[in-house]
Design a protein around this ligand. Structure first.
Ligand SMILES: C[S@@+](CC[C@H](N)C(=O)[O-])C[C@H]1O[C@@H](n2cnc3c(N)ncnc32)[C@H](O)[C@@H]1O
Length: 211
């Protein structure tokens, strides 16, 4: 975060991907850490309202602030549940209480796709380790359960822009480059990616709509 007492020129405006990246680690929802880019919060709200999913699968729970936000959006729709998956159980007590959230703590590989049976409108969010191997594995495992006209959201392709591509072995963008040519049933929905500027999102080319 910027130092609170630093001197700024009057009416100065100065922000960048780096400053938004620093800030997004400070974001909370209802007081709970909810690591997501602010642009993407707005986009999520609009997508959940548009799609009105009956099941959201979020891979990567962390403290659960993101899951809580989505669960509240489902509340506003009056329907839907969220299956949120992690490899650790560090969920805030307030999140645990929400009756639209179901928790899975054995990782995405262990999640049984049979659990999606009976749902008609499924949206999937890949927000796990951001390593290429996880990203491509998640895309390959979950793409079939995404419903027509719904989304597969792949988080945090922004790591390339931040110079972290090598650390993540190519990250989500390498996975997308590999996945998309083999899956013409998905297209990158520019409506969301470019809403605030070209790929002005942390989910670079990451809003995949199913035809
Ligand atoms: C960026 S955080 C998720 C943030 C969360 N979606 C939110 O909105 O606050 C990434 C999470 O992915 C989890 N993760 C790492 N490997 C995973 C795996 N194999 N399956 C599921 N989750 C995994 C990490 O433990 C971590 O909590």
């Amino acid at each position: 975060m910027f130092k609170k007492n630093r001197i700024i020129k009057e009416e100065q405006v100065q922000f960048s991907i780096d400053s938004i990246y620093r800030g997004h680690h400070e974001v909370t929802y209802k007081g709970i850490k909810a690591i997501r880019c602010p642009f993407d919060y707005v986009i999520y709200q609009m997508i959940i309202n548009e799609v009105k999913p009956d099941l959201v699968i979020e891979i990567g729970t962390n403290i659960g602030g993101g899951a809580l936000y989505i669960a509240d959006l489902l509340d506003m729709n009056g329907k839907g549940v969220i299956h949120t998956i992690d490899i650790v159980d560090m969920v805030d007590a307030k999140v645990r209480e929400h009756n639209r959230i179901e928790f899975f703590t054995k990782g995405w590989l262990d999640y049984d796709l049979e659990l999606t049976k009976g749902f008609n409108n499924i949206l999937v969010i890949e927000d796990a380790s951001h390593f290429y191997q996880d990203s491509i594995g998640i895309l390959n495992k979950f793409h079939n359960v995404v419903s027509k006209d719904s989304y597969f959201i792949v988080e945090d392709g922004i790591i390339n822009e931040l110079g972290l591509e090598k650390d993540y072995k190519g990250g989500p963008l390498k996975a997308l480059r590999e996945f998309l040519p083999n899956h013409p049933e998905f297209f990158v929905d520019r409506k969301w990616c470019d809403m605030f500027g070209i790929n002005a999102t942390f989910n670079v080319n990451g809003y995949l709509k199913k035809k």
